[in-house]
Design a binder for this molecule. Structure first.
Ligand SMILES: C[S@@+](CC[C@H](N)C(=O)[O-])C[C@H]1O[C@@H](n2cnc3c(N)ncnc32)[C@H](O)[C@@H]1O
Length: 164
């Protein structure tokens, strides 16, 4: 399983996702251009002390990312998360090698990115709400997909305590 961020604009969100990646052991692809300086120096200056533990791959463009992805045999599924999608992430059977792709904070993902995705999923929200924060949506979906595909082998199931 991988997390892919399409041209993120807000450094704090990418920082939060990189920390999540380090903590859960899920690699991250950042598709550039980003709305901020992605150099190691800039990320460290922003206080990103988890950078060494995160498995980060930077891609110069959407086309570079796509050709890297398609070089795999078989290519993994590209699962786009969008607040406009019809299918709930709860109703989807994830695979351990799925690439979970998230749009940018200001504008989501453009039509060519939607077209390239194999499936489009949404995290259900209250009807009047527009969207979740990017990093929050990543955490919700990665946890659901990782739990479903048993990506968290170290975590013992909770012990049931008898009610007092
Ligand atoms: C802040 S949202 C983008 C909002 C943007 N203004 C738009 O209209 O799409 C950034 C990204 O978080 C993810 N996201 C946010 N809420 C979501 C939801 N309810 N379901 C699925 N993905 C969501 C999507 O990948 C989205 O592109």
């Amino acid at each position: 399983m991988r997390i892919a961020l399409y041209q993120p604009d807000i450094p704090q969100n990418t920082g939060t996702v990189l920390r999540l990646s380090a903590c859960l052991g899920v690699p991250v692809d950042v598709i550039e251009p980003t709305g901020f300086d992605m150099s190691d120096r800039a990320l460290r200056r922003a206080g990103l002390d988890y950078l060494d533990q995160a498995a980060l791959t930077r891609h110069r463009s959407w086309n570079h990312f796509l050709s890297d992805l398609r070089a795999n045999e078989p290519p993994p599924r590209l699962v786009l998360l969008s607040s406009q999608a019809q299918l709930s992430h709860h109703a989807f059977a994830f695979r351990p090698d799925d690439v979970l792709l998230f749009g940018r904070e200001s504008a989501g993902a453009p039509p060519d990115v939607h077209d390239a995705a194999n499936v489009h999923l949404r995290v259900p929200m209250q009807p009047a709400m527009r969207s979740l924060n990017l990093a929050v949506s990543v955490a919700i979906v990665v946890d659901a997909a990782g739990t479903q595909t048993q990506l968290w082998p170290d975590i013992a199931p909770p012990k049931h305590r008898p009610a007092k």
